[in-house]
Design a binder for this molecule. Structure first.
Ligand SMILES: *Cc1c(COP(=O)(O)O)cnc(C)c1O
Length: 390
C-alpha cells in the first residue's frame, strides 16, 4: 500500500506534536508529579463559581452572547485597566472578549499579520505564538533572552528589525523564564517599535502574578505606545479558572476593530455564563490580588529553595508561576534529555526550554517547573527529586 502524503499542511507540521502531551502521557504512565503543564491544582474564588452557576440558572449567557463579549465584562475590563494602570478605554469600541488569551493572540495575528510579514519575539516564547504566526502565514523571527538571568537582548531586537517587520510580541511577566521587563527594557522596546512603525502584541496573561518589587507595567502606558499596542489578558490565569477560557484584548479602536473582525470568524462567541463570573472577578478588592501573589510567592520560595539545595542553577522568577533552572550543575548538558529521564528516575515531570525555542543552543540547558500546585504536591516533588537525583 502506498503511503499518502501527510494531510496536515506543511506550515503547520512543525506544530503538530506538543511536548506537553508527551510529558503528561509520561506523567500518567509512571505516576509522576506533573510540574510540566501550567495550571493550578486548586480552583479560584468560590464567588466566581456562584456567579457562573447563577447566570446559568437565570438564563444569562446560555445563548450566543454578543460577539464582542457581554457589556458587563467589557465594562469591567475597562474599569480594571483604569484601576490598575490608569488606561482609559471605551468598552463599546476598545475591548473584545475572546475564548481565552489564546484566541485573542490568534485573532490579533490573523487580523494584523499578512503573508510574509515578520513577527519578532523573544526566545524562549510561549508555543502558541509560533503556531498562530504560521496560521497567519507570517514569518517568526526569534530574539534571545540572554545572560545568566535570561534578560531580553535589546541590541539583538534592534538588529532583528527589517522593513518586513510588522509586529513585536511581548510577554511580560514572561513564560517560561519568569522575567518581568523593567521600565527601561519596555522603553527600549517601545522606542524600536515607534521608530520603525511596528505594532506590539502585549501578552499580559500573568499581569497579576508578580512578586517582591517587580510590579507589572503594561507597555501601552508608555508614551505613544497605546495607539500601536494590543494588550491581552487572561481570566484563566488571573482567577485560577483555566478551563473556563475567557480572555480579552484591548487597545485603540482601529486595532480592536480588526481583532474583532477576525475573532468573529474563529469561535464567534464563547463562555456566556463564565463572562458574568469574570466581570465579577475583575472587580474583586485589592486583597484578592494581594493574596494571590502572596500565596504564589510562598510556593515559589518553597520550590526554588528546594531546587537550589538539590544543586540546580535557579533563576528565581519575578512573576508567573514558573521557575527556570539550569541543569548543568547537576552534570547534564541537555534539558530535553534531563526531562525525558526525570519521570523514570524521580517520578517528576518538568518541561525543557528547548520546546520554546527555534535556536536549539539557546534553550539547551534550561528546564521549566510549574509551582502553581498545592504545597504538599511541591513537597512531594522535592522529596522525590532528593531521592531520585542523588
Ligand atoms: C496560558 C497562557 C496564555 C493563554 O491563556 P488562556 O486564557 O488560557 O488562553 C497566553 N499567554 C501565555 C504566556 C500563557 O502562559
Amino acid at each position: 500500500m502506498s503511503r499518502r502524503t501527510p494531510p496536515l499542511v506543511p506550515r503547520l507540521r512543525p506544530h503538530a506534536e506538543s511536548v506537553f502531551a508527551e510529558m503528561s502521557r509520561l506523567a500518567l504512565e509512571v505516576g509522576a508529579v506533573n510540574l510540566g503543564q501550567g495550571f493550578p491544582d486548586t480552583d479560584g474564588p468560590l464567588q466566581l463559581k456562584e456567579v457562573a452557576i447563577a447566570a446559568i440558572n437565570d438564563g444569562r449567557g446560555n445563548q450566543y452572547p454578543p460577539g464582542t463579549g457581554i457589556l458587563e465584562l467589557r465594562q469591567a475590563i475597562a474599569v480594571h485597566q483604569d484601576r490598575f494602570y490608569g488606561i482609559s478605554l471605551d468598552p463599546q469600541t476598545d475591548v473584545v472578549v475572546t475564548t481565552g488569551a489564546s484566541e485573542a493572540i490568534a485573532a490579533t495575528l490573523i487580523a494584523l499579520v499578512d503573508a510574509g510579514d515578520e513577527v519578532v519575539m523573544f526566545e524562549p516564547w510561549f508555543d502558541i505564538y509560533a503556531a498562530a504566526i504560521s496560521i497567519a502565514n507570517g514569518k517568526r523571527v526569534g530574539v534571545p533572552m540572554s545572560g545568566p538571568e535570561l534578560r531580553p537582548d535589546i541590541d539583538a531586537l534592534r538588529a532583528a528589525i527589517s522593513p518586513k517587520t510588522r509586529m513585536i510580541i511581548l510577554n511580560s511577566p514572561h513564560n517560561p523564564t519568569g522575567v518581568i521587563f523593567t521600565r527601561e527594557e519596555l522603553q527600549a522596546v517601545a522606542t524600536i517599535a515607534i521608530e520603525n512603525d511596528i505594532l506590539v502584541l502585549s501578552d499580559e496573561a500573568y499581569e497579576h502574578l508578580w512578586f517582591d518589587e517587580h510590579e507589572h507595567i503594561p507597555i501601552s502606558t508608555l508614551p505613544s505606545m497605546f495607539e500601536r499596542t494590543i494588550t491581552v489578558g487572561s481570566g484563566g490565569k488571573s482567577f485560577s479558572f483555566t478551563g473556563w477560557k475567557v480572555g480579552w484584548a484591548s487597545g485603540p479602536r482601529d486595532l480592536i476593530a480588526a481583532v474583532r473582525a477576525a475573532r468573529q470568524h474563529l469561535s464567534f462567541v464563547s463562555g456566556g455564563p463564565f463572562q458574568y463570573a469574570m466581570a465579577y472577578g475583575l472587580g474583586l478588592p485589592d486583597q484578592y490580588y494581594r493574596e494571590l501573589r502572596t500565596d504564589l510567592a510562598l510556593k515559589r520560595d518553597l520550590l526554588c529553595g528546594g531546587l537550589e539545595e538539590l544543586g540546580f542553577g535557579v533563576i528565581r522568577p519575578e512573576g508567573t508561576y514558573f521557575a527556570t533552572t539550569d541543569v548543568r550543575p547537576l552534570g547534564y548538558t541537555d534539558g530535553m534529555t534531563f526531562c525525558r529521564e526525570l519521570p523514570h528516575k524521580a517520578g517528576v515531570v518538568a518541561i525543557p526550554h528547548a520546546v520554546f525555542c527555534d535556536d536549539p543552543e539557546a534553550g539547551r540547558p534550561y528546564v521549566r517547573w510549574a509551582f502553581c500546585k498545592r504545597t504538599e504536591v511541591l513537597r512531594e516533588a522535592l522529596d522525590r527529586l532528593r531521592a531520585g537525583l542523588s
